[in-house]
Structure formats: C-alpha cells, structure tokens
Design a protein around this ligand. Structure first.
Ligand code: 5GP
Length: 230
C-alpha cells in the first residue's frame, strides 16, 4: 500500500489548503525577519515567498545604489535622497532608518492594503525599523531574528557573497555584534544552521500566528452563527 507522504512545510503552503479560508475573514500579519547581514535572511525570505502564496514581500525604498543583479521595484525602490525625504516627510513611510550610511524605509500604502485584504507581509528590516513598527503596529507584528551559527560562518558568507568590498565586509562584521545585541526585542529566534530546517521553523511560526484569535476578524460572526444554531 502506498504510504501517505510525510507532511512538510510545503503542505501548509499548498494553494487550496488554507485553514483560514473556510469562511473566516482574517487580518494579515506583519512578519519581520531581522538579522545581521550575511546570516542568510535573503535566501530564507525568497524560499518562504516561493513556498507560500499568502505572504508578499514589502519592497523598501533606499538611497543605496543597486548591487549587481538587483532590480528596481523588486529588490528595492532605488530613490534619491531628495525623493526619500519627500516620502518620509509626507508620512508615506511606515518606518525608516539609516543603515551603513544609507536611508531605508517601508512604503505605507502597500502594507496597509495587504493587511486589510487578509494578506501577510514579510519585512526584511533592521532592529531600528522593527522598534518603530512595535510602536505603531504591535498587534499585527510577528518578530523573528535570524542568528548565524558562528562568527566564522557569518564572515565566510559575507566574503563569498562577493558583492561588497573588503571595507564594507569589515564594516558589516563589526556592525553584526550591535545588530545581534537586539535579539531580546524579538518574539522568535532561529539559528540558521541549515536553511531547510530554518524554513520549516519559520513556516511553523507563520502558520501558528495566522491562527491567533485577534487576527480572525470573522470569528465573532462565525461563533454567533454557530451558537444561534445550537
Ligand atoms: P542591504 O543594503 O544589505 O540590502 O540591507 C542592509 C540592512 O538594511 C539590512 O539589515 C536590512 O534588513 C535593512 N533594511 C532594508 N530595508 C529596510 C527598511 O525599509 N527599513 C529598515 N529599517 N531597514 C531596512
């Protein structure tokens, strides 16, 4: 007899297998993934987005120049300092911060539309941005911090990424310790020893958080109809 396949993270993300979709409306959540640069956050984000069609990436604006292979509108919206300041000063950013001398920020409108429509949003932002979201959107926020398994591993990943100069790699290594010191401000910690294992854990966090009672905007109505029929 054929054996049933072992459930994996992929099963939870299969289109059509939606525990929240059986009539219950839900508000989307904001999944923040922070880590020092080089801990594997970009790879983990891409894997999650490929696996789960109910979460979309928040695309930040930045004044940093594009790296080779980066696309405007997909990886970031690359803008001038003047344009960034216009967005910030007109309240169009949910949060913003200076990281490695460049400005970064999260456009507000796309996030608010997604959450209202019951879609989840993934954020690759640093601890400064996370603190600001904690002030303004605490109920929607799920904060995950990704740690490298060792300092040597982090350095190796920064070097093999080969997209930054030696000077930038040195800067990022010394910044990593500061970034890591904020781990206590996060809800969940993942030590990224193995990307498949981290992905499975991240998917488990996401699926559990989706079931939080306060996100289920259609729950009161559902329970009322249930009780009325009893
Ligand atoms: P990178 O230049 O390597 O893409 O990103 C550098 C750092 O900036 C990363 O730690 C990333 O999480 C952070 N970052 C990217 N976008 C934003 C943003 O919109 N807001 C904040 N606060 N940090 C961001």
């Amino acid at each position: 007899m054929a054996q049933a396949p072992t459930p994996t993270a992929a099963h939870f993300a299969t289109p059509g297998w939606k525990p929240g979709s059986k009539g219950l409306a839900r508000r989307g959540l904001m999944l923040v993934l922070s880590s020092p640069s080089g801990a594997g956050k970009t790879t983990l984000s891409r894997r999650l987005l490929a696996l789960d069609d109910r979460i979309t990436m928040s695309v930040s604006v930045t004044t940093r120049p594009p790296r080779p292979g980066e696309e405007d509108g997909k990886d970031y919206f690359f803008v001038s300092v003047a344009e960034f300041e216009r967005l910030r000063d007109s309240g169009e950013l949910l949060e913003h911060a200076t990281v490695f001398g460049n400005l970064y920020g999260t456009p507000r409108a796309a996030v608010e539309a997604a959450l209202t429509a019951g879609r989840d949003v993934l954020f690759d932002i640093d601890w400064q941005g996370t603190q600001q979201l904690d002030q303004s959107a605490q109920q929607d926020l799920v904060k995950v911090f990704l740690l490298p398994p060792s300092a040597g591993d982090l350095e190796q990943r920064l070097r093999t990424r080969a997209q930054d100069s030696d000077e930038v790699v040195r800067q990022r290594m010394s910044k990593a310790s500061d970034e890591i010191s904020h781990f206590t401000e996060y809800d969940y910690i993942l030590i990224n020893q193995d990307i498949d294992d981290s992905l499975a854990k991240l998917t488990a966090i996401l699926n559990a958080e989706r079931l939080k009672r306060r996100r289920l905007t259609g729950l009161a109505e559902f329970v009322k109809s249930l009780r009325d029929a009893l």
